[in-house]
Design a binder for this molecule. Structure first.
Ligand SMILES: C[S@@+](CC[C@H](N)C(=O)[O-])C[C@H]1O[C@@H](n2cnc3c(N)ncnc32)[C@H](O)[C@@H]1O
Length: 307
């Protein structure tokens, strides 16, 4: 029980997701961010539909096993990155709805060995798919200029602060490699110190934005999102429903730009973004920055608003 509490993930805005995806008996639904299967389970319980869950994280495959046992031929799991979705699925029968719950799961953040969190000391890693260059490689081999640029553009740190943090990382590397999340946090704390910026954002740990920036870079998150959104015409049936949930403005900007570029094939559901209720945020503080958008995909007609 204790282990379960430590590693569970509470799905965000489940009621809103289900009401927009509107699963019907016989539908085929794609959950591109399976994670711990919280949304998948809610979809499977809401109608006699089929769900294909996909995720790039090999650990998600283990979690999918119990859903497979319970829902049998109504559920399958496939390990796949967003950018591989078109090749993997584009030739198969299309789907009636798709869910994207972007970002990382509590399973990933809360596991010190995955190296995502400055709250848990572990080896610097941050790879959702457990493959390719890790946070360790980036932090210990990139130039000062490249590190500063990454922190500025993906962490949204002001240029002067990003430069300070990058210089602190380079100085620390002169003594030895930065191996753990705890060491990186210390290095960033030294750089940010007691500056005005730190005081202005005193409710956040000073290393929050640096960790976010490195994670986005290591997993190529923004390009991945844009690739999977581009593959929608190959994956979805006419009139299919789409839900996106973004957790920071960079993710949401990719969704907005895509929606503008696709406007003649999309109808926006509702008036724009939906945020979690105050009650939900109290129950699940990780939901606080979630922004949900819903669309209907039209393969060949005109978009607009729908309620
Ligand atoms: C917020 S979690 C989803 C949680 C899930 N909705 C639930 O209820 O348990 C996001 C998931 O998306 C996966 N993911 C993020 N980027 C991905 C990518 N480029 N390709 C495939 N999966 C990705 C992560 O590994 C993570 O498991």
């Amino acid at each position: 029980m204790w282990i379960f509490l430590l590693v569970s993930h509470i799905p965000v805005m489940v009621h809103e997701v289900i009401s927009i995806l509107a699963p019907c008996n016989g539908n085929r639904i794609l959950d591109c961010t399976f994670g711990g299967g919280g949304h998948t389970r809610a979809i499977l319980n809401s109608a006699e539909c089929y769900v294909l869950g996909t995720d790039c994280d090999p650990d998600a495959a283990d979690r999918a096993t119990s859903l497979k046992e319970q829902y049998r031929n109504r559920f399958d799991f496939m390990q796949c990155r967003f950018s591989g979705m078109r090749d993997a699925l584009g030739v198969h029968e299309k789907f009636d709805a798709v869910l994207f719950d972007f970002g990382i799961s509590s399973f990933q953040v809360d596991d010190a060995d995955r190296g995502f969190s400055f709250m848990k000391d572990g080896a610097l890693d941050m790879r959702m798919s457990k493959s390719g260059p890790s946070a360790f490689d980036v932090v210990n081999s990139f130039t000062e200029e490249d590190i500063a640029e990454m922190i500025r553009s993906y962490g949204d740190e002001p240029r002067a602060m990003a430069n300070r943090i990058a210089s602190s990382i380079i100085n620390a590397r002169r003594v030895g490699a930065i191996r753990t999340t705890g060491e990186l946090r210390e290095v960033v704390h030294k750089a940010v110190g007691n500056t005005v910026v730190r005081k202005r954002y005193s409710h956040l740990d000073p290393s929050t934005k640096t960790f976010q920036a490195i994670r986005i870079f290591v997993n190529d998150e923004l390009r991945e999102i844009s690739k999977v959104l581009e593959s929608i015409p190959y994956l979805l049936n006419d009139n299919a429903r789409i839900v996106t949930i973004a957790f920071h403005s960079l993710e949401d900007r990719v969704v907005k730009n895509w929606a503008v570029s696709m406007k003649s094939n999309l109808s926006v559901i509702g008036k724009g973004t939906v945020n979690p209720s105050t009650n939900e945020v109290v129950r699940n503080p990780r939901a606080r920055s979630a922004k949900l958008r819903g669309f209907v995909y039209r393969s060949n007609n005109h978009g607009g608003y729908t309620n």
